[in-house]
Design a protein around this ligand. Structure first.
Ligand code: SF4
Length: 419
């Protein structure tokens, strides 16, 4: 059956972001706001040995240059804690003001106490309540970390992870479940334990003396449907800003697809104030990929703009040469490489669209919708590539230098339309 619609217009867009407190993460004059009305923040984590202060500072600089607005480093040993202040100093000397987040497990209370320079140099602490100690020590060690955060005026992320869920709390939730007339499934009990761990520890942190606007929460799991279920409920039960990420998302396209699937559902529902994409890099791969994927999720969903987008057709039997793929790749790389400079000179350039199309079937039409578009000759078409600027055909490129000439047209457009 086919139905007509003549009454209501078709609308698009994500649901308005859930109302949350806003948390300021600062280093010097640089302030990154998570929550409230602030844009959704992109963050990342290094995979260097923190003890290697120079190597870590270099990777942080690369991540920040790629667009990471917060960078987390692991602080797992005394040597790592001793290196943190030096990493911060090196970044400051290089003019990199990205706030650093320290990731603590097991011994965070000791490290923060014994290395005050580390406690001061970090702009935020991540505390995993499942890994702060066992039994009677647990509450005291958690409280010590929170007291230090309060003393140094640092925000904290209470980051629960299902791989390190507080076993005592899980046992308690299971006991409570057993008392129910209709006990919940094991899966629902696990979800509840994750959420209760985050909420109870946030409450405890406030009781210890950390202000409510210094707390961000996360409950990370590695399954897409699990993450969606947990965050929907977590979002309903508190107004702390939420750090969103699929933990252990995996490698390559699997990690990208799983993260995108989970985060896009939640972001569409207005849930999530900062995101991190936990990709396993290929051997020798670029750590900055997790930043780019995070940006692309937000930009393709229309939630933020970071870099001009390239619209390219997939190619088909009508494009049998590699010229089309090479041009699409070339212009995408060119745009991303220019952005660190362009964003300081050409305000609004990140909203530009560039279309690279393979043939005459959809090429001219799609190119006209973009700020700048090029339609390459498909197999059997005359060897000419018409260029459209703001919907108007301006020039037809031919020969070996199409890529360079197209780059120049894009640069001229940027210089004349932005800034
Ligand atoms: S625009 Fe042309 S080359 Fe590209 S997918 Fe469509 S038909 Fe194929």
């Amino acid at each position: 059956m086919i139905q007509n619609n003549e009454s209501s217009p078709i609308l698009s867009g994500a649901i308005k972001r859930r109302t949350s407190r806003s948390v300021i993460i600062a280093h010097g004059d640089r302030q990154v706001i998570v929550g409230g009305d602030a844009p959704i923040v992109i963050q990342s984590m290094t995979n260097t040995d923190t003890v290697d202060a120079i190597g870590t500072a270099i990777q942080i600089k690369e991540l920040a240059r790629a667009g990471s607005e917060l960078v987390r480093i692991t602080v797992n040993t005394q040597e790592a804690a001793a290196a943190v202040a030096s990493i911060r100093e090196q970044l400051d000397r290089m003019g990199v003001d990205v706030p650093l987040v320290g990731d603590f497990h097991y011994n965070g209370h000791t490290l923060l106490k014994e290395f005050p320079d580390c406690a001061q140099a970090l702009s935020k602490y991540r505390i995993n309540p499942g890994n702060v100690g066992q039994g009677a020590k647990r509450d005291s060690q958690f409280a010590q970390m929170i007291e230090i955060a309060a003393r140094y005026n640092k925000p904290v992320r209470i980051g629960v992870n299902w791989g390190s869920l507080d076993q005592g709390l899980l046992a308690r939730i299971m006991d409570e479940n057993a008392q129910r007339n209709s006990p919940w499934s094991a899966q629902s009990v696990m979800y509840e334990a994750l959420i209760v761990s985050a909420l109870e520890n946030a409450q405890r942190a406030e009781q210890v003396g950390l202000a409510g606007d210094k707390i961000i929460l996360s409950c990370k799991v590695s399954g897409v449907q699990d993450l969606i279920a947990v965050y929907r409920e977590l979002a309903r039960r508190c107004d702390y800003p939420l750090h969103l990420g699929l933990t252990e998302a995996g490698m390559g396209s699997k990690g990208i697809v799983a993260s995108t699937a989970a985060l896009s559902v939640l972001l569409q529902e207005g849930i999530g104030d900062t995101i991190r994409i936990s990709l396993t890099p290929e051997p020798g791969g670029d750590r900055c990929k997790e930043v780019i994927v995070g940006q692309e999720i937000l930009q393709t969903m229309g939630l933020r703009k970071f870099t001009p987008m390239v619209i390219a057709c997939p190619g088909c039997g009508r494009t049998t040469s590699t010229v089309f793929q090479e041009l699409a790749d070339d212009i995408q790389t060119y745009l991303r490489e220019q952005m660190p400079v362009w964003k300081t000179q050409f305000a609004g350039v990140e909203a530009m669209n560039v279309a690279v199309m393979g043939c005459i079937v959809n090429g001219p039409g799609e190119s006209k919708h973009a700020n700048i578009g090029i339609s390459l000759p498909g197999t059997g078409e005359s060897p000419a590539a018409p260029v459209f600027v703001d919907g108007v055909k301006t020039v037809t490129l031919r020969g070996e230098n199409i890529a360079k000439e197209f780059q120049q047209i894009v640069l001229t457009y940027v210089q004349s339309h932005y800034g």
